[in-house]
Design a protein around this ligand. Structure first.
Ligand code: HEM
Ligand code: HEM
Length: 215
């Protein structure tokens, strides 16, 4: 097997965003209470850091740009053949298999962030939401008072109301948020396994290249 010892180059923005994203994901997966204020604020921070990284993919240095690691199943398959042939070519950015993983992780994060913000609202929207919540509660009281005799109607209205509320709190958004979070955990395990595998295979210190001070 050809051995590459030349370290990959990652600029400080890629390194900083990588470890902050990892920290934020760990925090929301293990530390913060689901749906708590801390969870949501870590979520907003995560959204900003990912936003910065994605912007960097357009304007950052060559190896950080999307153009350096396009998502290409064809190249990923060629890379698998290379692994089986026990050869290792050099990549200035993520290898084609790693690139697919990076886009999968980012997509998952975007779904989690999108559903999270759809449930929690944008920062500063708390007051507006509280007012909305009070109005909805008052409206539901009126509904109940008006339809006290007609139990079937109350049931239907409440079901309808719960469905509307659910769009913001308990319903499909929560489901998608949770499924995407579980998928993300799986991708992260595969990602770390991939990093370990690539380190052994290529002889490159793949992780050191992601740490501060190594360029
Ligand atoms: C919550 C945990 C993690 C997430 C969400 C995550 C996500 C990512 C993402 C999105 C990238 C692409 C970086 C970019 O181009 O901006 C990446 C790269 C990388 N990650 Fe992670 N990561 C996590 C944990 C880890 C851990 C624990 C390690 C160390 C074992 C690690 C090592 C690396 C390395 C070495 C790369 C560069 C791979 C390459 O050279 O192509 N990651 N990770
Ligand atoms: C990668 C980061 C994240 C992970 C791993 C994560 C994970 C979770 C999990 C497992 C739940 C419980 C779902 C359930 O009740 O079945 C949850 C709930 C929630 N998350 Fe996240 N989350 C993340 C990011 C975010 C973000 C970015 C936001 C918004 C800014 C957010 C807002 C919420 C809210 C509001 C709930 C409560 C949902 C409910 O119980 O109705 N999360 N999160």
């Amino acid at each position: 097997m050809s051995v590459q010892t030349k370290p990959r180059r990652w600029d400080p923005v890629v390194k900083l965003t990588h470890w902050s994203i990892a920290l934020a994901v760990l925090a929301n997966a293990i530390v913060t209470e689901e749906g708590s204020a801390a969870h949501v604020w870590v979520g907003y921070a995560l959204a900003s850091i990912l936003g910065l990284r994605l912007l960097w993919g357009l304007v950052g240095p060559a190896e950080a740009r999307f153009s350096a690691f396009p998502p290409s199943p064809r190249k990923a398959l060629a890379h698998v053949s290379e692994i089986r042939a026990r050869t290792a070519s050099e990549h200035a950015s993520h290898n084609p298999l790693g690139a697919l993983m990076v886009y999968a992780i980012w997509s998952c994060l975007l779904v989690i962030i999108g559903t999270g913000i759809a449930m929690a609202g944008l920062p500063g929207a708390d007051e507006r939401q509280d007012e909305g919540g009070r109005a909805a509660y008052a409206a539901s009281l009126v509904d109940v008072a008006q339809g006290r005799d007609e139990e079937a109607d109350i049931g239907a209205e409440q079901a309808e109301h719960a469905e509307e509320e659910g769009e913001h709190e308990e319903g499909p958004l929560t489901e998608v948020h949770e499924v995407a979070a579980n998928l993300l955990y799986l991708l992260i395990l595969l990602h770390i396994a991939g990093v370990v595998f690539e380190t052994r295979r290529s002889g490159r210190q793949v992780v050191l290249a992601m740490l501060p001070g190594r360029r």
